[in-house]
Design a protein around this ligand. Structure first.
Ligand SMILES: Cc1cc2nc3c(=O)[nH]c(=O)nc-3n(C[C@H](O)[C@H](O)[C@H](O)COP(=O)(O)O)c2cc1C
Length: 434
């Protein structure tokens, strides 16, 4: 008898909250460098039986960036710390294929997988911030489609390096004096268009074989890469029909690459503002809106749309600007929302201040659970990337009040049944050389 399909849940930890004013809420902590807070959030997520936690990243900053991003800990270092204080939850983070070398990154991610007993996930990004180029001695950020070509090759090299050793290389035969089985070590000798790396990687095969591959591309090139390699896909959707079509498209692309559509999990972002009554939840949203810094909010919107918005009237219509090749998914979703609801630039700025373009559910715990159930049952999502407006309170509310409702409805696990991230997601461990 097959078990009923259940949703997957991840918490997207942006330390100061996803709402740009989240850090100003009573009891909120401004936490992107606050290890103590992040450990508490990770443990809370584990108490709620979440599949994974996720840390985003960029390799640049400026003073008017989103408060959660302006100053932050390096996420892979942070995952290593979290691996020591958690037991079951998946540990995922962004690492750029544009500004790292495959050999280095393969080691970092492999180490996290080893240290955590098979819980590592990698969000493969090509870099959403062009200013990063100057931090790496580059004149400019590579063009959009070239960044994806680099990313595809990067993943190929990383996999080859991760397959340097077959399973079972450790012998530790004290009597015979055999430390490892040298025949199980191979030299990938990868030579590509962008990278070459001889190998072998100086690490045995990781518990999961490869980390769980995550991708968030929304463009043609992004979706193609996701169809080929992603096991989790993050997305920015407001509209259920659009989300259904996106999910069907990604699953079809995966099938076209010979993969099972079940092995690519679509997890759109959702931010929930929870109150004892709908009115109470709405009052919290209003307070957040009043506390939001309009300059930072407009800057975040400009970043998402990929255009400078300085010259436009805030009370005029949202200008119809073409996607710029940086945050295409966000840009398309925001433009569609503005059109559908006839929003002014000021109104769209306020939407971005709240969720950066992701879906927002404001209401009672039941209403939040209903909103998740509806999309899950309609095939618009396999799960959700939960984006709390602030930490720790808003996330505690989700775990304490929404998760039990999902569990009661049979939509979410009550206990972990696996100890690896692949296990939580129902993904097979890849064969060596796969
Ligand atoms: C939930 C989510 C998380 C993301 N995290 C990051 C990140 O940490 N760093 C980054 O540079 N881009 C991040 N992105 C941006 C994507 O990697 C991608 O560049 C963007 O969605 C545009 O897609 P496209 O390049 O295919 O047009 C994220 C996107 C989403 C939806």
């Amino acid at each position: 008898m097959s078990l009923p399909r259940q949703m997957h849940l991840g918490v997207f930890i942006l330390g100061a909250g996803h709402h740009i004013a989240g850090w100003r809420m009573p009891g909120a902590e401004a936490g992107s460098e606050n290890l103590d807070l992040i450990v508490r959030v990770a443990r809370k997520a584990e108490e709620g039986k979440f599949d994974l936690l996720f840390l985003a990243d960029a390799v640049n900053t400026r003073p008017d960036m989103h408060p959660s991003m302006v100053l932050r800990l390096e996420p892979l270092t942070l995952l290593a710390a979290l691996s020591m204080v958690t037991r079951n939850i998946g540990l995922a983070a962004t690492a750029s294929t544009t500004y790292t070398e495959p050999y280095n990154l393969a080691r970092y991610l492999g180490s996290i997988d080893h240290m955590s007993g098979g819980r590592c996930g990698w969000n493969i990004v090509t870099g959403a911030f062009a200013e990063a180029a100057a931090n790496f001695g580059r004149d400019k950020h590579p063009e959009h489609d070239e960044r994806y070509a680099i990313a595809a090759e990067f993943v190929q090299v990383a996999k080859a390096l991760w397959d340097s050793c077959e399973d079972g290389i450790w012998q530790l035969d004290q009597a015979a004096g055999r430390f490892i089985d040298a025949a199980k070590m191979h030299t990938p000798d990868f030579k590509g268009r962008y990278f070459s790396s001889k190998g072998p990687l100086n690490m045995s095969r990781m518990p999961q074989g490869y980390p769980v591959m995550i991708q968030a591309g929304a463009s043609e090139a992004g979706r193609d890469l996701a169809g080929q390699i992603a096991e989790i896909v993050y997305a920015v959707h407001q509209d259920m029909a659009v989300a259904q079509a996106f999910s069907a498209d990604l699953k079809q692309r995966a099938a076209a690459f010979g993969r099972s559509p079940d092995h690519i999990k679509i997890m759109p972002g959702v931010s929930a503002i929870i109150g004892g009554t709908e009115a109470e939840a709405k009052a919290k949203l209003a307070t957040l809106g009043e506390c939001a810094d309009p300059v930072v909010a407009l800057r975040v919107l400009a970043e998402r749309l990929g255009h400078d918005l300085g010259g436009y009237d805030l009370d005029g219509p949202v200008p119809d600007l073409p996607p710029s090749g940086i945050m295409r998914g966000h840009a398309e979703t925001l433009q569609a929302l503005a059109k559908k609801e006839n929003l002014t630039l000021r109104q769209l700025r306020n939407v971005v201040a709240a969720t950066m373009g992701h879906r927002l559910i404001v209401g009672t715990p039941e209403q939040v659970a209903d909103g998740l159930q509806e999309w899950f049952e309609a095939g618009a999502a396999d799960g959700f990337n939960i984006m709390p407006p602030w930490f720790p309170g808003a996330f505690d509310d989700f775990v304490d009040q929404v998760v039990p409702i999902l569990q009661k409805r049979g939509l979410f696990r009550r206990e972990y049944t696996a100890s690896t991230l692949r296990g939580h997601l129902g993904l097979p461990r890849p064969e060596w050389g796969g």
